[in-house]
Design a protein around this ligand. Structure first.
Ligand SMILES: Cc1cc2nc3c(=O)[nH]c(=O)nc-3n(C[C@H](O)[C@H](O)[C@H](O)COP(=O)(O)OP(=O)(O)OC[C@H]3O[C@@H](n4cnc5c(N)ncnc54)[C@H](O)[C@@H]3O)c2cc1C
Length: 454
């Protein structure tokens, strides 16, 4: 077997495959080493018995995600809009109310709460504007903001309990973790990276605007088909050795040699590879401090999208779990209805310990509360617990805990001799999203090309 190549890319997710593609376009030979038996990583499409597909990982794209739109166009993948006609159910304190679907980031709450919420969001947005996405640690107040959590900042800046609860839901929905777990500086960075709070949370003109017909994994499948270099499946990389002259990458069964390597794993998993010589302490400490969120993505299939006839979008927002967010995820050209929902953060952690039967029962109980008894009459329940997945270990991505941006931020993308770093967590724009993964792969490939051709 020819095991030598110019560049080795570790991971065949969106970042790895776009990096490989850019390197080949620049004339370099590439081998991609992938732990799983498939491409796509966190974009993973499940095939139902009749061939229809559901995305179990990343699924929505929206405005300002230019790389994703370009990829879909180039790879001949069609899009379809997220269903957003009718009312949204708001479930709070045992009471159900309906709100319009064009409220942006604001739920329907009493005027006093709404005013407080609006003011707090405005305050956050003013801080967001000041963040430098390349070097968030450089802001004069970076250490103060990085020294507290989203939760502690919100507590200091509003006395209204509902506003605090709202921001905790935002944290759960966007980071799959509690507001007390993330650095406030990271929150500001992430909001800016995703083009603002409205854009992150919205459907019609936001990050949940549309889906890809055939599922998002198809992007990776098509990218991999176009590569000249081989993708080696079922080869979890365990060790990387480097010297002055080049690099050796080992899985349990084989090894490859190259001039450069791009590691595209989420930081925690990248930290589990053995490096020889060992990585500098600061790089290793960084990988110890970017934990993944906790999420179980659930989809429930019905004979019809019955909620639509009742004037509902299929969306529900609840202040109590274990299901706090529901959306219509019905398929194009299909008469069935699909609701997608998430058990996230603490709810996701608790639910991880339940049996699948208990999770099914709890999810359906929530749906019955939100949508009525018809929600009990479902055809199929499909779930994926990303915490259990050996080659991801939690989602949607890694979040920065307090002190990480200011203490270790500059080590996030800094190459170490022949090793370069990519992956959605290293992106400046759309960090944590598919768009960010693509941008990070292209950025790391450009770094390597500059060195190799220099
Ligand atoms: C439930 C869920 C919902 C999401 N929703 C959205 C959404 O709607 N929109 C959006 O834009 N994003 C969403 N995301 C996030 C998005 O999917 C990710 O940001 C993106 O796919 C990450 O791509 P990546 O290439 O950086 O990492 P990954 O996809 O994680 O790729 C890393 C690859 O490395 C492989 N690997 C791991 N360990 C090893 C090893 N030791 N050796 C070799 N290979 C290894 C993995 O198998 C994987 O293929 C969601 C994610 C999840 C899980």
């Amino acid at each position: 077997m020819e095991n030598k190549t110019d560049v080795i890319v570790i991971g065949a997710g969106l970042s790895g495959l776009t990096a490989a593609r850019k390197l080949e376009e620049a004339g370099y030979s590439v081998k991609v080493i992938e732990a799983r038996e498939r491409v796509g990583g966190r974009s993973f499409t499940h095939h139902l018995a009749d061939g229809q597909v559901l995305d179990l990982g990343g699924q929505w794209i929206g405005p300002t995600q230019t790389k994703m739109y370009e990829l879909c166009k180039e790879l001949d993948l069609e899009l379809y809009p997220t269903y957003n006609e009718g009312k949204i159910i708001l479930y709070d304190n045992g009471k159900k109310t309906l709100m319009g679907s064009n409220n942006g980031a604001l739920p329907k709450l009493n005027v006093f709460v709404l005013l407080g919420l609006g003011l707090t969001i405005k305050k956050v947005e003013r801080l967001v504007e000041q963040i430098d996405l390349d070097e968030p640690w450089n802001h004069p107040k970076a250490k103060i903001w990085d020294g507290e959590t989203l939760d502690s900042w919100i507590r200091k800046n509003t006395k209204i309990k509902k506003v605090r609860e709202y921001f905790n839901i935002v944290s759960e929905v966007v980071f799959s973790t509690e507001a007390r777990d993330i650095s406030f500086l990271h929150f500001l960075f992430y909001i800016k990276s995703g083009s603002g709070m409205d854009n992150l949370l919205n459907i019609d003109e936001g990050a949940q605007k549309e889906r890809i017909i055939g599922g998002t994994q198809e992007i990776s499948v098509r990218l991999a088909k176009k590569l000249k270099g081989e993708v080696f499946f079922n080869n979890p990389v365990t060790r990387i050795e480097q010297s002055e002259t080049g690099i050796k990458v080992f899985s349990r069964e084989q090894f490859w040699e190259a001039k450069k390597v791009i590691v595209t794993l989420p930081p925690t998993l990248a930290g589990r590879i053995t490096y020889q010589p060992p990585l500098p302490g600061m790089r290793d400490q960084l990988t110890q401090r970017i934990p993944a969120g906790s999420v179980i993505k659930i989809q429930v299939i019905y004979k019809t999208p019955f909620w639509r006839k009742e004037g509902l979008t299929g969306q529900a927002v609840s202040f109590t779990g274990p299901i706090k967010i529901v959306m219509d995820n019905s398929l194009p050209n299909d008469s069935r209805g699909v609701l997608v929902m998430f058990m996230e953060a603490n709810d996701g952690r608790e639910a991880s310990e339940w049996s699948i039967e208990k999770r099914t029962q709890k999810a359906i109980e929530c749906l019955v509360i939100y949508f009525g008894q018809k929600a009990a009459d479902y055809l199929e329940y499909v779930e994926k617990n990303w915490c259990d997945d050996e080659y991801t270990r939690g989602c949607y991505g890694g979040h920065f805990t307090p002190g990480v941006w200011t203490g270790y931020g500059k080590h996030l993308r800094k190459p170490i001799q022949h090793i370069h770093w990519a992956g959605a967590e290293t992106a400046t724009v759309w960090n944590g999203y598919m768009e960010g993964a693509v941008r990070s792969g292209e950025r790391a490939a450009a770094e390597v090309v500059e060195i190799l051709c220099g």
